[in-house]
Design a protein around this ligand. Structure first.
Ligand code: SAH
Ligand code: SF4
Ligand code: F3S
Length: 452
């Protein structure tokens, strides 16, 4: 419903630029829903067409702030021509930089953080009335989830954020500062959002949290539920074909959770379990809370319950104090675990983190060389994982049209992208596909139709 207020009549369109993790993607979708319900704003694909521009930013690695300011420079030119336009900066850079953003870029009307975006409609109203800067970066006690409208559109796959923040305080990481402490939603509100998505046609749900398996939320029985209990409850929802979750921390991988991969048919055999380093010395410096032996034990337990589980991880090379020997230990861990995919990063000091107080001691060229070697190894493992699929008959969830005409795109149970000739009406269905070709990042296959 469009508000009747005269002064906000000219707002029609919204552009959101999203950086960062899946939680930011989720938040951006919620912002769009909220602005649609409050002001009737319609999402557009280009900032040039927008009356309101929101940036949902990420500050996990270096140059994040620079990227934000250079993008903002582009928006300033638009605003010079159309001074009525509203520009907002949210997300983790918004939280971290706060009003400093408006000091440096005075044309930014609104600054907000990941825990205060449910107040966006209010902030926009204030801007339209008074044309003053608004900034909201406190982390209110109340749950923002209580204030968010229902999701408006539903795809074949959907995400539900189940908890916020992080209490782990790894020494290199900004998340505990930008997203705040761990807060878990109630089981009932999560189930309700899942039911709503399933009713709208979604068949696969990913439960999200920066530390998703640290979930501890109030259950309908008045008891605290842990993550595994929640998984069993979500899996029972009618209409759910596939269930996934991300991102898990090794320290929260309980035996019950490992076992869930064997017991819950809807839970797909894929797990992203970041380890960061294979060296006990570096793991300790990072405050990860576990050593390599513990990580190996978890992997063994997972594979005992689910032999085909595909694993992926994040790695940081060049953490302050990382020696050649430490790095070799990381390569060794990768060789032993064998990953389907990996995300490898060079360490970058982040403002306000404990690690940023130590000297960034590993020279850039050493970081580069280590990154290169790690990438070679992990890419080789990814290629091998793809090759192993050749000739297999896999169950694929058809998700959307592929890029080439007549092609459809879907995912295998273990999260590999696969293309095949198919029909639009198959979207949302689970179909058997024989794998005929394997590339670096995706597979190609042929649909097996009834009677084949
Ligand atoms: N909560 C997840 C990951 C969060 S951030 C976990 O605990 O594993 C995603 C990834 O970014 C991290 O796993 C880490 O590999 C990388 N990362 C975080 N801070 C970084 C930094 N300062 N420099 C380089 N990479 C970083
Ligand atoms: Fe960051 Fe560590 Fe928390 Fe992950 S567990 S979000 S790396 S502090
Ligand atoms: Fe980035 Fe914030 Fe997510 S720093 S990775 S957007 S939690």
């Amino acid at each position: 419903m469009k508000q009747q207020n005269e002064s906000i009549k000219s707002l029609d369109t919204l552009f959101i630029k999203t950086y960062g993790c899946q939680m930011n993607e989720y938040d951006s979708a919620r912002m769009a829903d909220m602005m649609k319900q409050a002001y009737g704003l319609r999402l557009v694909a280009a900032p040039e067409e927008a009356d309101v521009i929101l940036m949902n930013t990420c500050s996990i690695r270096e140059k994040a702030e620079d990227k934000v300011y250079s993008e903002l420079g582009r928006y300033k030119k638009l605003k010079d021509k159309r001074p009525d336009m509203i520009i907002g900066v949210g997300g983790c850079v918004g939280q971290q930089e706060g009003e400093r953003i408006q000091k440096r870029a005075p044309y930014v009307d609104i600054v907000f953080g990941p825990q205060s975006y449910h107040r966006l409609p209010e902030m926009v109203k204030e801007i339209r009335r008074h044309r003053v800067h608004v900034s909201q970066t406190d982390m209110p006690e109340i749950e923002k989830f209580d204030h968010l409208p229902k999701a408006e559109s539903h795809g074949v796959t959907g995400c539900v954020t189940i908890m916020e923040g992080c209490d782990k305080f790894c020494t290199f990481c900004v998340v505990p500062y930008t997203r705040g402490p761990e807060i878990s939603r109630s089981v009932e509100s999560i189930l309700e959002e899942c039911r709503d998505q399933l009713a709208g046609g979604t068949v696969e749900i990913s439960l999200l949290g920066q530390n998703v398996n640290a979930y501890r939320g109030p259950g309908p029985d008045g008891q605290e539920w842990d993550f595994t209990m929640l998984l069993y409850a979500v899996a029972e929802l009618p209409g759910l074909k596939r269930l996934r979750f991300s991102t898990s921390h090794p320290m929260e991988m309980t035996s019950e959770l490992c076992q869930a991969f064997a017991e819950i048919p809807q839970l797909m055999p894929y797990l992203h379990l970041p380890v960061q380093s294979g060296s006990d010395h570096v793991l300790k410096l990072m405050h990860r809370g576990h050593d390599r032996a513990t990580y190996f034990r978890i992997i063994d337990e997972l594979r005992a319950h689910c032999p085909d589980i595909a694993l992926s991880s994040d790695f940081i090379v060049g953490y302050p104090g990382e020696t050649d020997e430490d790095f070799e230990a990381t390569l060794d861990l990768v060789r032993r675990v064998v990953y389907d995919s990996a995300y490898c990063f060079k360490y970058s000091p982040r403002p306000g983190t404990p690690a940023s107080k130590s000297e960034d001691s590993v020279p850039e060229e050493v970081k580069d060389a280590r990154l290169q070697r790690l990438l070679e190894l992990t890419r080789e493992q990814s290629r091998a994982a793809m090759q192993q699929q050749l000739g297999k008959r896999l169950e694929v969830l058809v998700e959307k049209a592929g890029r080439n005409a007549g092609d459809m795109e879907g995912r295998t149970a273990d999260f590999k992208i696969i293309h095949f000739k198919g029909q639009m009406r198959q979207i949302g269905q689970l179909m058997p596909v024989t794998v005929t070709e394997a590339y670096g990042q995706s597979l190609r296959g042929e649909l097996i139709l009834a009677g084949d």
